[in-house]
Design a protein around this ligand. Sequence first.
Ligand code: ADP
Length: 275
Amino acid sequence: MSDNLDQGKQEALDKAFQNTNVRSFEKECNKDSNVKKVIGVVSGKGGVGKSLVTSLMAVLANRKGLKTAIIDADITGPSIPKSFGIKKKAMGTEDSIIPVVSENGIEVMSINVLVEDETEPVIWRGPVIAGAVQQFWTDVIWGDIDVMFVDMPPGTGDVPLTVFQSLPVDGIIVVTSPQELVEMIVTKAVKMASVMHIPVLGLVENMSYFECPNCKEKHEIFGRSKVDEIASAFGIGSTARIPIDTKLTELVDEGKIENVDSDWLDDFFDEIIKA
Ligand code: ADP
């Protein structure tokens, strides 16, 4: 049972779903794969930095010597290959796909490493998207992976839910920005995770503040951060704050996210990985 909801709410949810095995669509991964931990990264909407947080967490895992992989499940807005500067396409055999590997050794699978033209929009419906993500799990030869991060489709609607049902996610990280109705998004994410019996491991507030490059003062330009309050209200153990930093935008645009040298997620990462 998740620690994130009180007993009464959890019982009500369990009752509502008692005849439904919500994770019944989960499939075995490829016989040549052994993935020890799967962490999903979710957000209430697009553009809040979910892919950035996925990339940063993967970079930290890789630096700690963990065999790291990323599934870019944000099929209609795939941005992982770009932030790692990956231009290669995935190789495939008759019935399996070999992931592409970043400069420092992170294995990546994304719709963008399969399609010829990355600028073509993917206009698939939910079940097809979920099917593609499921194939990233079942048909990709991942090999031995210590930790896999999944950049989930944004929101808590039908598509992310179906994707969740297809993958054996061990825990999720929720990414928000201060402009959002954070409490509502966290409530929805916690409920979704609770239905799936997946713990919410951490909450990241992206674009949390701006640090003046001259005086080093931190300006909370979207208002005072509520991330710790909200996390503690929902029993979420770990939080982190990432500032607005043009260095990050540049690293993503240049495909050099592996060169990042900031420590905003260091403690958060250590807590999440041992959770
Ligand atoms: P999402 O995955 O939630 O759609 P992204 O991670 O793709 O969002 O971020 C959207 C854009 O905002 C990207 O161009 C990214 O580089 C930029 N961005 C995200 N977070 C920050 C930040 N803290 N500082 C500067 N730019 C950021």
